[in-house]
Design a protein around this ligand. Structure first.
Ligand code: SF4
Ligand code: SF4
Length: 188
């Protein structure tokens, strides 16, 4: 079976929904598309596939479309959707699972900058246990190949003392790595 979208024909993968369920711990198959989550999502009017539609892609097995959905990279985990879902589906956890699966599969998000920031943040926290602003931005800018776009903003932050140039660390960063592993089912 295939999913047909303008200019694209995607083979459906019946295993995908089960994989997302396992990775997220959420009963994604229970979604009956009441669209309550969609109504409260601040992103819904900005993206072509809001939370309800992304869950439908997951149920259908449209792996590539779900992993590259803009929402999966822009979701702010505000939880407005999950607190109202009649089936108790924690959509931010589904989103986290989709991001991790996309990274593991080497799927490049059309939102390359968001994916690059996500990777830079995880690398930074895993390496040091804490985030250092300067180092995080260096990782992100290099990965996104976008070195100069925010120079003006960085200068303003620096002048107002809002940009910390130090490199904070913590005594036992391995504890944070352990938490990440527990939260992601051993993915990192
Ligand atoms: S609120 Fe829950 S059941 Fe309704 S569409 Fe959203 S995820 Fe599905
Ligand atoms: S958690 Fe994500 S999907 Fe849910 S309402 Fe907020 S931005 Fe939308």
């Amino acid at each position: 079976m295939y999913l047909l979208t303008p200019g694209r024909k995607e083979a459906l993968d019946p295993q995908f929904c089960r994989e997302v369920r396992q990775q997220s711990g959420q009963p994604v198959e229970l979604c009956y598309h009441c669209q309550v989550c969609q109504a409260g999502c601040p992103l819904a009017s900005l993206v072509s596939f809001g939370p309800n539609r992304v869950l439908r892609l997951v149920q259908l097995g449209a792996r590539r479309s779900a992993l590259t959905a803009e929402m999966a990279w822009l979701c702010t985990a505000c939880e407005a959707c999950s607190v109202t879902c009649p089936n108790g589906i924690d959509i931010p956890r589904v989103v986290e699972a989709l991001r991790a699966m996309a990274v593991a599969a080497g799927v490049v998000s059309p939102r390359h900058r968001e994916a690059a920031f996500n990777r830079a943040f995880r690398t930074e926290v895993l390496a040091r246990g804490r985030m250092a602003e300067l180092s995080l931005m260096a990782r992100y800018k290099l990965a996104a190949r976008d070195l100069f776009r925010d120079l003006g903003l960085a200068w303003q932050l620096l002048r107002r003392g809002k940009l910390n140039l130090g490199r904070p660390g913590m005594r036992r960063p391995e504890e944070v790595r352990r938490l990440f592993r527990a939260a992601t089912g051993g993915e990192r």
